[in-house]
Write a protein that binds this ligand. Structure first.
Ligand SMILES: NC(=O)c1ccc[n+]([C@@H]2O[C@H](COP(=O)([O-])OP(=O)(O)OC[C@H]3O[C@@H](n4cnc5c(N)ncnc54)[C@H](OP(=O)(O)O)[C@@H]3O)[C@@H](O)[C@H]2O)c1
Length: 254
């Protein structure tokens, strides 16, 4: 049975909800009667998300988190804990592939240590900081899930193409962090299932510059990706904790 069907008044947290897949989760959960409360985080600006908050003030609360700032994670978690004593589902949708200053490396010539550090700060370290501070909200008697969106290109075993050093390595590090978190949570928060998920190529800002080689049927809308990931999430069992799943529910190699 789906895990959300076993819970009354579920509380959920979506980190990185200003746009893309994270915003898609917020939109989906606003329609879901099983969800009592949605906490959604954004970094700087998030006009669509803030509009949703004003239209759904009872259900949706927005909080500011730059995932590279531990103090902001602590502050947001404190605000959540002031209102509720449990989370049933949290998903970290934060990710960086390119921005105004960073482009994924095509070759060793483009390796730049500041850019690599930025990839690791955003794509890897943020999630383990969340795991550190969210633990008290997961330690309750209902089943709960802590998911992080990773990427198949972070699979070492699957890497045939090369390139994208920083993004690939930071997602591989993310996978190791969350696998390690799953082991510690298994002892300290045994009702929590910790997973990393590959969403498939999805039509968002992140993939936009790289979509030209993607066949149309392999480029998912955000709505489709959210539905596919939720179908995977709803079927997760305790023994799946620590695993890396693709959007179709298959296991990915490390
Ligand atoms: N789209 C794809 O094809 C694809 C494929 C594989 C994996 N993924 C993964 O899927 C996840 C979601 O990506 P997306 O496609 O939805 O991309 P997106 O539309 O670019 O969204 C990325 C999100 O991360 C947030 N973010 C970036 N840096 C941050 C920071 N320092 N602190 C807090 N938030 C930060 C962004 O906030 P701002 O709006 O403030 O920048 C935005 O909300 C990422 O982990 C990505 O690596 C995506």
């Amino acid at each position: 049975m789906s895990f959300l069907n076993q819970i009354t008044d579920a509380n959920v947290l979506i980190v990185g909800a200003s746009q893309g897949i994270g915003l898609g989760f917020v939109q989906k959960f606003l329609q879901d009667q099983r969800i009592a409360k949605i906490y959604a985080t954004y970094r700087e600006s998030a006009s669509e998300l803030i509009t949703l908050e004003s239209e759904n003030a009872e259900k949706l609360t927005c909080l500011q988190i730059d995932i590279t700032e531990e103090s902001q994670i602590i502050e947001a978690v404190q605000k959540i804990r002031a209102e509720v004593n449990k989370l049933n589902f949290a998903i970290n949708c934060v990710g960086l592939l390119h921005d105004e200053t960073i482009q994924p490396e095509k070759s060793l010539r483009q390796i730049n240590s500041d850019n690599l550090l930025r990839y690791f700060q955003v794509n890897s370290i943020g999630s383990v900081l969340l795991a550190k501070h969210l633990l008290p909200l997961f330690r309750h008697q209902e089943r709960n899930i802590f998911a992080t969106i990773s990427a198949k290109v972070g699979s070492i075993g699957d890497n045939q193409l090369g390139g994208w050093y920083g993004y690939r390595a930071s997602k591989a590090a993310l996978n190791m962090f969350m696998r390690t978190v799953a082991i510690e949570y298994g002892r300290n928060s045994p009702k929590t299932i910790v997973v990393t998920l590959h969403p498939g190529t999805t039509d968002t800002r992140l993939s936009r510059p790289f979509q030209s080689n993607v066949p149309a049927e392999k480029l998912f809308s955000v709505e489709r990706t959210v539905s596919q990931l939720l179908a995977v999430i709803e079927q997760l069992k305790q023994e799946d904790s620590g695993q890396f799943f693709s959007w179709d529910g298959s296991r990915l190699p490390w």
